[in-house]
Design a protein around this ligand. Structure first.
Ligand code: NDP
Length: 456
C-alpha cells in the first residue's frame, strides 16, 4: 500500500488519497515528537487544559462537517455521526475541567522524612494506533488525557480515515496544541514498529483487532515500551425477566445495530431464559426487519453500509459458516447487490460450542440468541468465551441481577443498560479484550510517571 485511500462504502467511489510516509521520514517524526514533548510538558497544566476546552468548542462549531466526513469515510448514519462528534467534544471538555485537579501533587504520610510526595508527570512521546469504527471518539479517548498530562502524541489512524485524522490534527493545532505535540501520520504498520524502536518513544495505545494488538504489543515489549490495548469483544446481554418485552427487544435491537454492529462493546450474544426465549427471538426478528438500512446520509437511516466491502464479506462469510455448521438464520445475512457494502441485519440461533460463531467476534449487524434454563447457566455461557470487554444483565429485580453482573469476567458490567460510555467512567476489558483503562481518572493513569519525592 502506498497511500491512505478512502473508498466511500455507500457509493464505492474513491474520495481521498494521502501519500504514506517514506521510511526516511519516520525517524524525523519521532525527533519532532520528542521536541514537542519538551515544549508541551513545560506548558502550565492550566494552558494545556485550556487547549482541550478550545478543542471541545471547535468540535461543536464544526460538528456538521466532522460528522459528514465519517459518514463518507466509513458509512456511519448521520445522527450517529453527530452523536460521536459530541461525545468526542464531551471527552475533551471533561479532561479540561477535571484533569488539572486529578494531577495535583499528593502528600503522603512522610514515614520518617520531613516530606514524602507523589507528582503525576508525563512520560514522553506516545503512539496512538486507532480504528475506523469510531474515528473521533477512539482518538479523543487516548488524546485528551495524554495531552492534559503533557505527553506528546503521534497518531496513526486506520488507512480509510485519512480525512478525519487530518481534521482532528487541524482542530488540535487551531486550539493551540503545538504542531509537534500532536503529529498525524500516514504510516504503514512496519513504520509503527520502526517508531516503537526509536529511543524517544515511550509507549503505544492501540484499539483494534487481536491480530494488530498482539503484533504491536510484541514490538513494544521487545523495546521495553508500555502498551495499552483495547481489542474486540463478544459481549453478553443476559435477559432474566422483563415487564415489557417490546421495549426490551427495541433496546436490544438498537444496541446491536448501532454503527452497523461494528462496535467492540456491542451486545453480540443475547442469552435469554427459556420462558422468554420464543417471544424475544420473534420480537428481535421483527425489529431487525423493520430497521431502515440504507444511505447513511439520509436522516431516517438507522443502519448504513459496513466500513468496506471486505468487512461486509467477512461478516457474511461468518454467517454462512454458522449456517453450514448447523445454526438457524431467522432473517437477513445477505449482502445487498450494488455498489454499497450493505448487509441485511441477521438473527442467528442454535449456536453450539463446536461452531466458529460461538467463540469468534461478529463485527457487523448480527445477533446471536441463546436459550438457557437458569441465571447460573446464563452466567456460565456468558463467561465461556476468551473475550472480557463488557456485559449486561436485565431484570426488574436488581438484587437478582447484581450477583450475575458481579460474576461476569469483564471490565464493564451493566444492569438494565448496555455499553453506556461517559467521559468520567472507566473503559477497558480483561482476557483477550485487552488491558489498561481509558477515560475518567483511569485514562490519566496509564502513561504517567508517578514520581516520588522525599526530603529527609
Ligand atoms: P485492525 O486491527 O487491523 O485495525 C485497527 C488499527 O490498527 C488500524 O489503524 C490499523 O491500521 C492498525 N494496525 C493493524 N495491524 C497493525 C500492525 N501490525 N501494526 C500497527 N498497526 C496496525 O482492524 P481491521 O480494520 O482489520 O478490522 C478487523 C477486525 O478488528 C474487526 O472485524 C473487529 O473484529 C476488530 N476491530 C475492533 C475494533 C475495536 O473497537 N476494538 C475496531 C476495529 C476493528 P491500517 O488500517 O493501516 O491497517
Amino acid at each position: 500500500m502506498s497511500a491512505y485511500v478512502t473508498t466511500n462504502p455507500t457509493t464505492g467511489i474513491t474520495e481521498h488519497e494521502f501519500p504514506e510516509l517514506t521510511d526516511d521520514q519516520v525517524s524525523d517524526i519521532a525527533d519532532r515528537s520528542a521536541e514537542g514533548f519538551q515544549t508541551w510538558r513545560h506548558t502550565p497544566v492550566a494552558e494545556r487544559a485550556a487547549a482541550l476546552a478550545r478543542t471541545a468548542a471547535i468540535y461543536e462549531q464544526r460538528a456538521a462537517e466532522l460528522a459528514a466526513a465519517i459518514t463518507t469515510e466509513m458509512g456511519k448514519p448521520k445522527s450517529q455521526a453527530a452523536g460521536e462528534v459530541q461525545l468526542a467534544a464531551d471527552i475533551y471538555r471533561w479532561y479540561a475541567e477535571h484533569g488539572p485537579d486529578l494531577l495535583t501533587t499528593e502528600q503522603l504520610d512522610p514515614q520518617g522524612a520531613q516530606e514524602s510526595l507523589v507528582q503525576k508527570l508525563p512520560i514522553g512521546p506516545l503512539i496512538g494506533v486507532m480504528p475506523w469504527n469510531y474515528p473521533y471518539y477512539q482518538v479523543a479517548r487516548f488524546t485528551a488525557p495524554n495531552l492534559l498530562l503533557g505527553n506528546s502524541i503521534i497518531l496513526k489512524h486506520a488507512h480509510i480515515c485519512g480525512a478525519s485524522s487530518k481534521l482532528m490534527a487541524e482542530i488540535l493545532h487551531d486550539a493551540a496544541v503545538p504542531e509537534n505535540a500532536y503529529i498525524n501520520v500516514y504510516a504503514t504498520n512496519d513504520q509503527v514498529a520502526q517508531l516503537l524502536r526509536h529511543p524517544a518513544i515511550q509507549g503505544i495505545s492501540l484499539t483494534g483487532s487481536e491480530r494488530a494488538g498482539s503484533s504491536v504489543a510484541a514490538e513494544a515489549g521487545k523495546n521495553l515500551k508500555k502498551s495499552v490495548l483495547e481489542l474486540g469483544g463478544s459481549d453478553p446481554f443476559i435477559l432474566l425477566d422483563t415487564a415489557d418485552m417490546s421495549e426490551t427487544v427495541r433496546i436490544a435491537a438498537r444496541a446491536r445495530l448501532s454503527n452497523a454492529g461494528q462496535a467492540c462493546n456491542s451486545p453480540k450474544r443475547f442469552i435469554v431464559l427459556d420462558d422468554l426465549y420464543d417471544d424475544f427471538v420473534a420480537g428481535l426478528v421483527e425489529e431487525f426487519q423493520r430497521t431502515v438500512v440504507g444511505d447513511p446520509a439520509e436522516p431516517d437511516t438507522e443502519v448504513g453500509p459496513l466500513s468496506s466491502k471486505s468487512a461486509r464479506d467477512t461478516v457474511a462469510d461468518q454467517i454462512n459458516t454458522a449456517v453450514r455448521q448447523g445454526a438457524t438464520l431467522h432473517t437477513g445475512g445477505s449482502a445487498r447487490n450494488g455498489t454499497g457494502a450493505f448487509l441485511e441485519p441477521a438473527v442467528l440461533t442454535g449456536i453450539t460450542p463446536e461452531m466458529d460463531a460461538y467463540s469468534d467476534e461478529l463485527f457487523g449487524p448480527v445477533a446471536m440468541v441463546y436459550k438457557v434454563s437458569s441465571a447460573e447457566d446464563a452466567l456460565a455461557l456468558a463467561n465461556d468465551v476468551d473475550f472480557g470487554l463488557s456485559g449486561s444483565v436485565w431484570s426488574t429485580d436488581t438484587s437478582r441481577a447484581a450477583p450475575i453482573a458481579d460474576g461476569l469476567d469483564v471490565g464493564m458490567a451493566y444492569i438494565n443498560e448496555h455499553g453506556t460510555t461517559l467521559p468520567g467512567l472507566p473503559f477497558g476489558g480483561v482476557n483477550r479484550s485487552g488491558y489498561g483503562r481509558e477515560l475518567g481518572r483511569w485514562g490519566l493513569g496509564e502513561f504517567v510517571n508517578t514520581k516520588l519525592r522525599r526530603i529527609s
